[in-house]
Design a protein around this ligand. Structure first.
Ligand SMILES: [Zn+2]
Length: 381
């Protein structure tokens, strides 16, 4: 067994990481296989952070990534003393956070040979934060290794990009994801559907297998596409989708928010309803963070719904082009055939483009309702 077994369909990346681990273990300074700053890029769900975590584990494991020892396991769940995982819930990583991180990064490793910092969302670094980080990456300090993750190279400042070694993860194939889900206990039907519907996003595929709510939400989103018959229904569909995303985000956020607030107040030693001055400031900051997280959650849910809706048009296009590839939305096959008959492949492509454009705009923080309305109007026949 190896820690790299958990990376699905990433042979090239795994080969590079194995070589790096071997060079690091043998202290081969003359070999170019190991370096102190890496940038993992790849589409959502391709497993960027999993790859970074597996690499970190292999570097702190005495056997180079056995996948079973305490070092491997704690590195992977982020509790290893020498592996720090920075996850961002908010929309950006600010300079204060990076400064604190740099202080901790300068400590020497406690049990392992390296001190490893994993930053999951390097694309969210503000410019000043990125510049602060740049200094650390430019002047490697002994045994500190930086593993940054971002969706694409262009999401990261060129200065950072040019000082890190890039590893590009690919979208795992439907068959690889399906095989993984079946190894984890899904039936072959479930696994095939989830692998196709999630389009290579492993986390999403798992979620579809395990959660009925997820499957229902997906169905609701896809069915919206076929209800659009005119401008009025397009506006209506946009409203429905945004409301559903907000509702989900509220439910998911509230539970988290309460837990965090309670923990924070306890940490500041609240007595009765009184909180120290420092405590109130910390609470205000937390509430601000939570608000920005909720905004991000709404965007994430909408993005997922748009991906789901796109699968409907993808199926229509398959029928229109006479492809033999399998339809994702089997339960809607009648709708898909009817739609394919009454529209042209060219118009289907335009609709897929409209969805992609909406996703891009949401990524640039456009107003969700306006964006969705514009998109739904382009989907109307
Ligand atoms: Zn191990």
């Amino acid at each position: 067994m190896s820690i790299f077994d958990s990376l699905i369909d990433q042979d090239e990346t795994v080969a590079t990481l194995r070589a790096a681990v071997a060079a690091a273990r043998n202290d081969e300074d003359e070999s170019q296989d190991m370096t102190h700053a890496w940038l993992f890029t790849g589409p959502p769900g391709s497993g960027r952070s999993n790859a970074a975590l597996a690499f970190a584990a292999a570097l702190v494991c005495e056997q180079g990534g056995c996948g079973e020892c305490v070092d491997c396991r704690t590195a992977q769940n982020g509790s290893h003393a020498d592996v720090e995982l920075l996850r961002t819930e908010g929309l950006s990583i600010k300079i204060d956070e990076v400064r604190e991180l740099l202080t901790r990064a300068s400590w020497s490793a406690s049990v392992a040979k390296f001190r490893i910092i994993i930053m999951e969302d390097a694309d969210r670094l503000t410019e000043s934060a990125a510049n602060a980080l740049l200094k650390a990456i430019e002047e490697p300090s002994g045994r500190t290794i930086w593993l940054l993750c971002a969706p694409t190279l262009s999401d990261v400042l060129p200065t950072i990009r040019s000082r890190t070694r890039n590893l590009l993860l690919r979208t795992p194939s439907v068959s690889a994801v399906s095989a993984l889900l079946q190894r984890e206990g899904a039936s072959s039907n479930q696994a095939e559907f989830a692998a196709r519907a999630s389009q290579g996003h492993i986390g999403r595929a798992r979620y579809l297998v395990n959660s009925e709510t997820a499957r229902n939400l997906r169905n609701d989103a896809v069915k919206l596409a076929v209800t659009i018959s005119d401008i009025a229904s397009a506006f209506n569909a946009a409203g429905k989708l945004v409301d559903a995303a907000k509702e989900q985000a509220t439910v998911d956020a509230e539970e988290k928010n309460e837990r965090e607030l309670k923990a924070l107040k306890e940490a500041w030693g609240q007595q009765g309803s009184k909180l120290t001055a420092g405590g109130s400031k910390a609470v205000k900051e937390l509430e601000k963070e939570q608000k920005s997280r909720q905004t991000r959650m709404v965007r994430d849910y909408l993005d997922r719904a748009l991906l789901d809706i796109a699968t409907f048009y993808r199926d229509v296009l398959l029928v229109q082009s006479g492809s033999v590839d399998e339809i994702i939305n089997i339960d809607m096959v009648d709708w898909i055939n009817k739609y394919a008959e009454h529209t042209t492949a060219e118009s289907t492509l335009k609709r897929l483009e409209a969805i992609l454009k909406a996703r891009t705009n949401l990524g640039y923080n456009s107003a969700p309702l306006l964006t969705l309305e514009a998109m739904m109007v382009s989907l109307a026949p």
